[in-house]
Design a protein around this ligand. Structure first.
Ligand SMILES: C[S@@+](CC[C@H](N)C(=O)[O-])C[C@H]1O[C@@H](n2cnc3c(N)ncnc32)[C@H](O)[C@@H]1O
Ligand code: SF4
Length: 407
């Protein structure tokens, strides 16, 4: 989620939505998911600008009262959606560090979602977890509570890379936690990797990929390190203590990820995401990319229902206060125009291996697609079949392709 949301329009105090948005949700043509943001971390990693708070930054909010606030927002969500929502197909608890909460707390949130909307029988229920904040017992408890998928922040196995990133876990802990998750009964386990960290050598990233594959997980996400404004990493780069990440190095690392993961039987389904089989993809994230409906619970969480997008106040204390006063925690919202929805659809669908139907493009966009095929950025066969699908070279230049297609 972006650090600075747009200004947006005011939201009614009861959080109510335009009738057209509710009708679109009730139409049932798109999936409905729930995101839960857990805004706590034991310490802040130098590269991270997610909306998360260490204990000294909580300003009166407490982890103990957080679950009650989330359940209060859930009650508000049931009033606002007023029977229009279908059963929940996916839940994603992210952060922050969700596993700083006890498994019982996460179980209470999940039970609350089930009571509010009903969980579809085959619902995907993911929680993010930090490697150092899970144990075999907590993983068993999460599985028992109904979680079906765990996503662990691994980042790297190289000690000097973990040190630059300010990670607290030892190099082997993430893959060990992944194995513990599988033993606890999780069929779906993801490891997040970061590449292009200053000081990372090609062999460091190769070792990270090997370790992720050897852990037997069914999903890997790999992101180029981004220097976010306002982070400790950005201050260190500005002071010249660390070199800025290099785009050419990032491209080489991406190619290494594709090669290693493909050799191990994974396939990309989104530019930064690889799955071992079609049943291993993250359905919740696919919902974001496909423009489905989701309600984001928690401080700073974003929601999207029927073309209306809103975002909650960011600080956990302000969030709790709003709900205690019986008001929506939404700070502002946007009603997306047809043009905005088109731009987002192109931006997001092009990044998927399924690609974008060419008939969603304007005339100049379709002409740009022909040029992209000639330049080796879009797959010729898919194009002949009516879709814009990135080639490997196109994945390295995805942002430029999007700009062309929107021309
Ligand atoms: C909310 S965090 C992950 C969960 C958990 N808090 C952890 O760190 O283990 C989601 C993922 O985003 C990625 N990420 C966060 N900030 C990033 C940045 N500046 N550049 C690249 N990847 C980033 C990391 O791979 C991280 O695991
Ligand atoms: S990367 Fe994860 S653990 Fe580190 S500060 Fe961000 S959310 Fe917290």
């Amino acid at each position: 989620m972006p650090s600075t949301p747009p200004d947006g329009q005011p939201v009614p105090a009861d959080g109510s939505l335009p009738t057209a948005a509710l009708q679109e949700l009730a139409g049932g043509t798109r999936a409905f998911g729930i995101y839960v943001h857990v805004p706590f971390c034991a310490s802040r990693c130098g590269y991270c600008d997610f909306n998360t708070y260490t204990p000294s930054e909580l300003g009166g909010a407490t982890q103990e009262s957080y679950v009650d606030s989330v359940l209060a927002e859930l009650a508000l969500a049931t009033r606002v959606l007023d029977g229009a929502a279908p059963a929940v197909q996916t839940v994603f608890v992210g952060g922050g560090t969700p596993t700083l909460l006890a498994p019982d707390d996460l179980a209470r949130i999940l039970a609350g979602i089930d009571q509010a909307f009903g969980l579809a029988p085959d619902a995907e229920v993911t929680t993010e977890a930090n490697p150092e904040s899970v144990t075999p017992a907590s993983l068993r408890a999460l599985r028992q509570a109904g979680f079906t998928r765990i996503s662990l922040g691994m980042q790297s196995v190289a000690p000097h890379v973990l040190a630059v990133l300010d990670r607290r876990h030892t190099p082997g802990r993430a893959t060990q936690a992944a194995e513990e998750a599988r033993t606890a009964g999780f069929a779906h386990v993801n490891l997040d990797l970061i590449y292009g960290t200053p000081g990372e050598r090609p062999e460091d990233f190769a070792a990270s990929l090997d370790a992720a594959v050897a852990a037997g997980v069914d999903h890997v996400s790999a992101y180029a390190l981004t220097v976010e404004e306002g982070t400790r990493l950005s201050a260190r780069v500005r002071r010249g203590e660390l070199p800025a990440p290099d785009d050419d190095v990032a491209a080489d690392r991406y190619l290494a990820a594709e090669e290693r993961l493909t050799a191990a039987g994974f396939a990309w389904y989104e530019v930064s995401n690889w799955a071992r089989s079609p049943g291993s993809v993250c359905r919740h994230n696919l919902g974001y990319w496909r423009g489905d409906h989701w309600w984001g619970l928690g401080p700073g969480a974003h929601s999207h229902v029927g073309g209306v997008r809103w975002w909650n106040v960011r600080h956990p204390a302000a969030y709790a206060r709003r709900l205690a006063d019986g008001r929506t925690p939404a700070q502002a919202r946007e009603v997306l125009t047809t043009e905005q929805r088109h731009v987002e659809e192109v931006m997001l669908l092009v990044r998927l291996a399924d690609g974008l139907p060419l008939d969603r493009l304007t005339e100049p966009g379709r002409a740009a697609a022909v040029r992209c095929v000639a330049e080796g950025l879009l797959e010729p066969e898919a194009h002949a079949a009516g879709r814009a699908v990135l080639t490997l070279r196109g994945r390295l230049l995805a942002d430029a392709v999007v700009r062309d297609l929107l021309a």
